[in-house]
Design a protein around this ligand. Sequence first.
Ligand SMILES: N[C@@H](CCC(=O)N[C@@H](CS)C(=O)NCC(=O)O)C(=O)O
Length: 213
Amino acid sequence: MTDLVLWGATTTRTIRAHWALHELGLAYRCEPILPRSGQTKTERYTAVNPRQKVPTLVDGDFTITESAAIITYLSTTYGTPDNILVPAAPRERARYDEWAYFIMAELDATSLYVVRRHLGLPGIYGEAPLAVTAALAYFQRQIGSVARTLDDGRPWLMGDRFTGADMLLTTCLTWATRLEQPLAESLLLFRDRATARPAYIAASAANEPGFWA
Ligand SMILES: N[C@@H](CCC(=O)N[C@@H](CS)C(=O)NCC(=O)O)C(=O)O
């Protein structure tokens, strides 16, 4: 038995938390609740996360939301020198944070999530074709800068070492792939390298609600 309980399954944001747990080799339980199913709005879940969003990680008496923050919490709490996902040295940590904030703000929230809301979920967020077109153009500009970084042949964003920033980028790339967005060769190779990791494959299975039935 473990104290780690992850709430949430099926989404791009939930797989990040499942993936971190698998990269770190941590045993956990999952409450595989789904967004927009009413399951995030129950009294029981609202007591866990008043924002009514997934994922949420509960570690005994500590609760944390936001997929990028969950990765950082798990790595800094349970990571070992061999599998740590977030570097500790100040400048490396600053570089990690730079990547994480960039990916979460520019690629996730202001690009792909705008498309999700205004193209994929018009019944909730309203149709906004101009916003969708602009968000996709913005995504292309921003992801182009990432492609140029990877063009120097580094396997991962921070060099030879795989980090949580690579997990955040990978999930944006798989999301963009589902949206049939063109991606540079260096990004496709990066995506395929990351999704071939055993922990990603295990997390993909665990991100399916039926896995926990
Ligand atoms: N920035 C948050 C986003 C979380 C989020 O928006 N989750 C969506 C699903 S991907 C959700 O829970 N929506 C609630 C609902 O629609 O019921 C994160 O990265 O964790």
